[in-house]
Design a protein around this ligand. Structure first.
Ligand code: MN
Ligand code: MN
Length: 301
């Protein structure tokens, strides 16, 4: 995962620039009452217009939903009033992935929660350096969040990114933990503190709904449309996550449902369950992708 050449680094930088520009445009686009699918499609469209590809579907996770919600096809859900909305987006350029997230807050009560996530991210960025133990970084993030009167979500972590991989190699827990992993020069990490209220459980659990999927392995499939659909998925997204919205037109409409169902039941695909805070308390998130350099890190997003 370590030691990218200049050509790869240039692609990471391009990927990060596209993502940064997209995030800044989206920040002011999200509104209460807006259909979620409009945000997903707008974001993914901006990424493509700028010459990138979405590394995963635009995640729009509201209130106690911490991550992994994207609009299913024909989604009619809207941004609720007084909600806090995590918009988490990724780009790849020739497979090189960058990942960023912001929290848009429509509830004055939760402004300081959002600021705590942003502050924890900033502290991590200012302190991360080659040779640092991930446990030290986690403890630092936890301390920063607690000093503001909030709680980190303990089972969501930052992560290395790679080529056609969103979660690669070493994780970066947002809490103090037992690990001997060290951050190395030349590695690229997404740092992403998730913050919730002090009286929350501070963990996420899987919800029932699944809106994001990825290719897992080849399977012998009976249904020819399932075969065709899997081929389409592999060619277009490889091992990167995708949304069902992106499969439009891949097989005749009347065969789609059955084909997709077979891919799931045969485990050719896997789903990412929606993550919901265990005590249903609101969650804020902030995220950047950084390159580890001698002096510390360079923010790519
Ligand atoms: Mn992300
Ligand atoms: Mn991430």
């Amino acid at each position: 995962m370590n030691g990218y050449d200049e050509e790869a680094l240039e692609k990471f930088r391009r990927s990060g620039k596209i993502l940064r520009e997209t995030r800044e445009e989206i920040k002011h686009f999200v509104r209460e009452g807006m259909p979620i699918i409009k945000i997903c499609e707008k974001t993914e469209g901006l990424i493509r217009e700028k010459g990138g590809k979405p590394a995963f579907p635009c995640n729009v996770s509201i209130n106690e939903i911490a991550a992994h919600y994207t609009s299913p096809p024909n989604d009619d859900r809207k941004i609720p009033e007084k909600s806090i909305v995590k918009v988490d987006i990724g780009v790849h350029v020739d497979g090189y992935v960058t990942d960023t997230a912001i929290t848009v807050c429509f509830n004055p009560e939760y402004v300081s929660l959002v600021e705590a996530a942003e502050h924890a991210l900033k502290t991590a960025i200012n302190n991360i350096h080659p040779g640092m133990h991930t446990s030290k970084l986690g403890a630092m993030i936890e301390k920063t969040i607690k000093s503001r009167g909030f709680k980190p979500v303990s089972n969501l972590t930052g992560h290395q990114v790679g080529r056609y991989l969103v979660h690669a190699g070493t994780s970066l827990p947002n809490v103090s933990h037992l690990s001997f992993s060290k951050i190395k020069l030349g590695e690229i990490y997404a740092i992403e503190p998730f913050v919730t209220l002090p009286n929350a459980v501070g963990k996420v659990e899987n919800d029932k709904e699944v809106t994001i999927f990825r290719f897992l392995k080849h399977k012998s499939l009976k249904n020819p449309y399932a075969k065709q659909l899997l081929k389409h998925i592999e060619e277009n997204f490889r091992t990167l996550p995708f949304a069902e919205r992106w499969l439009r037109g891949a097989v005749p409409k009347e065969h789609y449902r059955e084909a997709f169902r077979e891919l799931l039941s045969s485990k050719a695909l896997m789903g990412y369950p929606i993550f919901i805070e265990a005590s249903r308390k609101p969650v804020a998130q902030a995220e950047h992708t950084v390159l580890i350099v001698k002096e510390g890190c360079v923010v790519l997003t």
